[in-house]
Ligand binder design. Structure first.
Ligand SMILES: Cc1ncc(COP(=O)(O)O)c(C=O)c1O
Length: 409
């Protein structure tokens, strides 16, 4: 047996212990999304470890976080990007390079030549989508690896179907019955398809992947054997504390051996998990009559900067240094600075000391699926994007009136 390189035998230091945040919010001009380089590198180190131990292709899913000025760091660890649109594909090719794997529920015919130009792998949502573009792919001078997204109809108890790719009414991926019907009608339906892709999780652990795999294999195992690669999608909390990374390595290696395929992973949130914050300032404190908490108005907007927490109130939005309701003496709810009634977080946070106007509030873990989804609703100031490195802020981007105006006409 071929000897494994020395780095593969032990866990990299970065995979062992998450460094503590060194952020000093007093040095941050708010509002600002702040990414801490040492924490980002910690996550990337874990993903690199998985890649080295398994040979899996690990892609950066740009939909979760696409701060391209930091791609020079990310691409030292990962193999390329997973993109969802032509714009993301261009960004992936121009700023990240390496492999660009695209998946979208449907492609526009008039954009497809540009998709071919920018991507190395194209994943189709259905057999009809594949048939629509097959000719172009096969005539392309560039070698494209083609995949089909399958929907194994496995739900992992999402409370909210908006996060559940296999929800009963989901349009994402080819379901078991549809797949079988196609193979029956057209026995050569898989000709030209190199890989199968599934993305079925939202912030799940290895035990969910382990329990899903045999159910997926039951329907698709015999087709995996005909493929060059199988893409396990994202949605795994690979870089979170307590995730069984060694278990994931074993699961991938067993799968590869069983089916003789390459495995692709496309984590999004896991890249910036616990690696960044949204820092805001208190603008005003409203003292209500007969209400057991005060309302702190901040220089951010929950609607414009943290929309998922309004859409899905069960998602936990943590604030550094606070306790639960009743834990500390001083209780507050936070509100945003737009005029939308719902621009607030319906949760009481408690503090050891009373808040003052000008105090900094640090929303934890506020990078994935926030920065990519912001708007300038109400003309609200867009938070700047800051890298925290060597205990100092480095401003990557600030937003001005010109940015607001340019979006409006
Ligand atoms: C197809 C696909 N791949 C990868 C991801 C990344 O998932 P996550 O950020 O949960 O790891 C998503 C997220 O929606 C996705 O739809």
């Amino acid at each position: 047996m071929k000897a494994r390189p020395a780095f593969a035998r032990s866990k990299p230091a970065s995979a062992r212990r998450r460094p503590a945040s060194t952020l000093d919010a007093r040095k941050i001009k708010t509002p600002a999304f702040v990414i801490e380089e040492s924490l980002l590198r910690h996550n990337l180190g874990i993903l690199k470890w998985v890649q080295r131990e398994t040979g899996a292709t690990v892609l950066h899913a740009l939909k979760a976080w696409a701060t391209w000025p930091l791609f020079p760091i990310v691409k030292k660890y990962l193999d390329g990007t997973e993109v969802s649109s032509l714009n993301e594909a261009r960004l992936g090719r121009e700023e990240f390079g390496q492999e660009v794997h695209i998946y979208a529920p449907a492609y526009k015919l008039e954009e497809f030549d540009a998709v071919l130009k920018n991507c190395s792998h194209i994943i189709f949502n259905s057999f009809s989508e594949w048939r629509k573009s097959k000719n172009k792919v096969q005539k392309s001078k560039k070698k494209i690896s083609v995949g089909l997204r399958i929907n194994p109809e496995i739900t992992t108890n999402e409370k909210h179907d908006v996060w559940n790719p296999c929800a009963p009414d989901s349009r994402l991926g080819t379901r078991v019955g549809e797949f079988e019907r196609e193979i029956k009608r057209t026995p050569k339906a898989l000709e030209g398809i190199d890989g199968l892709h599934f993305h079925i999780f939202f912030e799940r652990d290895l035990r969910d992947l382990r329990s899903a795999l045999p159910r997926i294999e039951k329907h698709f195992g015999r087709y995996f054997k005909k493929m060059k690669w199988v893409n396990f999608g994202g949605g795994q909390r690979i870089t979170d504390d307590g995730y069984d990374v060694e278990g994931l390595i074993k699961t991938i290696n067993d799968f590869k051996k069983k089916y003789g395929v390459e495995v692709h992973l496309e984590p999004g949130a896991a890249i910036v998990w616990h690696a960044g914050t949204l820092v805001a300032s208190v603008l005003d404190i409203i003292e209500r009559v007969n209400v057991p908490y005060k309302v702190a108005i901040l220089d951010i907007s929950f609607e414009a900067h943290l929309a998922d927490f309004i859409l899905s109130p069960e998602l936990e939005l943590r604030v550094r240094g606070t306790g639960l309701k009743g834990q500390y003496k001083y209780a507050y709810k936070f509100g945003g600075s737009t005029c939308l009634a719902g621009d607030a977080i319906d949760r009481v946070y408690t503090f050891r000391k009373p808040l003052q106007v000008g105090d900094k509030i640090i929303f934890e873990d506020a990078i994935h699926y926030t920065l990519v989804k912001t708007t300038m609703f109400n003309g609200v100031q867009h938070p700047s994007i800051v890298l925290w490195k060597n205990k100092r802020p480095k401003i990557l981007r600030t937003f001005t009136y010109a940015d607001f105006k340019a979006r409006m006409g």
